[in-house]
Design a protein around this ligand. Structure first.
Ligand code: PMP
Length: 333
């Protein structure tokens, strides 16, 4: 019989799939462009990997004791990963998030059994009601609390150095020449990038994809709509020496590509995936058929049905033109 002992054992070992439609304008000398499909992790994103590694390390160091409580200010993929691991290992989870976070995301975390505390967005970070203050207070006051802090936890990039990087190296039989990924905490690019650089003797080029406005591509931190990537500060999980290049991508281009990935490649993925693929295709345009480019797709598209995959939302922001002006309704006719 073939089965996993627990859902945690299903984290990682995600497949690579060739992108063959969105790459068609690259011409006959195009490189092989392969996508690493992270939504096939059990929690639906790349963040399951860091959750397992951070919890393992906290158990080993004694920071997280049996029956303890995981407290983290997160509303997204990291929360799902942590909730899943917590539930399987008998920990409680309390997530703190600002009230701008959609009800769907809160419901997903609660569905996994986590407690979610929603805090007002419209207050100063120093205000005791802010989500920073509340998560600090809860981690101080809750007995047996442990705060993973994905923005400073070295086990975040380490999980990618130990799993995602080696998987890509083995799956491409060491023939990868370029790796493209977005950066939020920077854990993925730092861990995978360092592993691939070391394994190839520095040959593999590492390229970061970044929303226009984020500090990684020289922006001021001004707002953008792509979720999960880009920052307005430099987290310690981001290794500034690893990327050979950072490519800034607009929201409009990111979302247009995200929609193409769903309808041309059968990959219903999130906006940071579209962003990474736009950057990947810009790099691929300079390469030849001897090259092998891997682009990492962090999460699935179900969480974005009311935004990127909603014509009215896209039109409100003027993004439908970037998406070729074709509405999903028109495509169905
Ligand atoms: N895309 C999405 C949707 C994410 O949730 C994250 C994690 N913040 C990333 C990309 C970036 O990954 P990392 O934090 O490893 O840089």
């Amino acid at each position: 019989m073939q089965y996993a002992e627990s859902v945690i054992d299903l984290v990682g070992n995600t497949p690579l799939v060739r992108l063959s439609s969105v790459t068609r304008d690259l011409g006959p000398d195009a490189p092989l462009v392969l996508a690493k499909v992270e939504y096939l992790n059990p929690g639906g994103s790349v963040k399951d990997r860091i959750a397992v590694r951070m919890v393992d390390a906290a158990e080993a160091s004694g920071e997280l004791e049996p029956g303890g409580t995981i407290v983290e200010p997160t509303s997204g993929n990291t929360g799902i990963g942590l909730a899943l691991v917590a539930q399987q290992r008998g920990y409680k989870c309390i997530f703190v998030c600002p009230d701008k976070v959609g009800q769907e995301k809160v419901n997903v975390l609660r569905a996994y059994g986590a407690e979610v505390v929603v805090c007002p967005t419209a207050v100063d970070p120093a205000d005791p009601r802010s989500y920073y203050s509340v998560s600090d207070r809860l981690s101080r006051e809750t007995p047996g609390a442990w705060k993973p802090d994905q923005y400073s936890n070295p086990n975040n990039p380490r999980s990618h150095y130990e799993t995602t990087g080696p998987e890509i190296w083995t799956q491409t039989e060491g023939r990868i020449t370029h790796f493209v990924t977005g950066a939020g905490t920077g854990g993925t690019i730092s861990g995978v990038g360092r592993y691939l650089k070391e394994s190839s003797g520095g040959r593999v080029q590492v390229i970061g994809a970044d929303p226009e406005g984020s500090v990684y591509s020289g922006g001021t931190g001004r707002p953008y709509l792509v979720e999960g990537v880009g920052e307005d500060f430099w987290p310690s999980t981001y290794d500034q020496d690893v990327a050979d290049e950072i490519i800034a991508v607009s929201d409009g281009d990111s979302f247009a590509m995200t929609r193409r990935l769903a309808r041309e490649e059968g990959l219903l993925v999130g906006g940071s995936c579209g962003m990474a693929v736009v950057a990947a295709l810009r790099v691929a345009g300079r390469l030849t058929k001897d090259d092998v480019l891997v682009v990492l797709l962090p999460d699935g598209g179900r969480g974005y049905l009311n935004k990127i995959f909603n014509d009215a939302w896209m039109a409100d922001y003027g993004f439908l033109e970037a998406a070729g002006g074709e509405t999903i309704g028109e495509l169905l006719e």
